[in-house]
Design a protein around this ligand. Structure first.
Ligand SMILES: [Zn+2]
Length: 153
C-alpha cells in the first residue's frame, strides 16, 4: 500500500512510490556509500532534538496525567530525578530515532530523486535505467514499473 508520505511524482507527473534506501541498495547491488551521499539522509542533530524532545515531553505528560489520575502529586520524585529521567528519555529515544533516520531515511523526496537518478536508478523501484534510450520528451521509461525520469541531465 502506498502511503501519502511515500508518494512523489515522476517527471511526467504520475504519482509513484518512493524507493526506500535499504530497498534501493538491495535491488541495485550498489554500496550504500555510493548511492547515498552526505546530506542525502535525515540530518542527525535536528532529528535528535525534534524526536528526543517530542518523546520526552510526551512521556512526562503521560506520567503527570497518570499521577494526577491516581491521586498522587504531579511530580512525586525529586526534581533531580525528574530532570534525570527527562534527559534520559530525550537522549535515548532521540539518539535511537535520529541514528536510525540518519542511516536509513531520505532527507526529502528531492534528495531521494537526485541520489537515485545520479546513480542511474529508477526512483521508484531502483531498476537500472541509465542505459535505456530516452523518449522525445527526455524521459526514460522504467521497464519495471513504468516510472518516467529525466535521467540524462
Ligand atoms: Zn521503476
Amino acid at each position: 500500500m502506498v502511503k501519502h508520505w511515500q508518494r512523489i511524482k515522476d517527471d511526467r507527473g504520475s504519482p509513484i512510490k518512493l524507493c526506500m534506501i535499504w530497498r534501493a541498495t538491495r535491488a541495485s547491488g550498489f554500496e550504500k556509500a555510493f548511492l547515498v551521499q552526505r546530506g542525502d539522509t535525515v540530518p542527525f542533530w535536528s532529528s535528535f532534538f525534534l524526536m528526543g524532545s517530542m518523546f520526552a515531553v510526551a512521556m512526562q505528560t503521560w506520567e503527570i496525567v497518570g499521577n494526577l489520575v491516581a491521586g498522587r502529586s504531579a511530580f512525586p520524585l525529586s526534581i533531580s530525578w525528574t530532570i534525570g529521567i527527562f534527559v534520559g528519555q530525550f537522549v535515548l529515544f532521540g539518539g535511537a530515532m535520529a541514528g536510525f533516520m540518519h542511516l536509513y531515511m531520505w532527507r526529502s523526496d528531492n534528495h531521494a530523486r537526485n541520489a537515485m537518478l545520479r546513480a542511474g536508478l529508477c526512483v521508484s523501484c531502483a531498476y537500472r535505467i541509465d542505459d535505456i534510450e530516452s523518449e522525445t520528451d527526455g524521459c526514460t521509461i522504467c521497464p519495471e514499473c513504468g516510472g518516467a525520469w529525466r535521467v540524462h541531465g
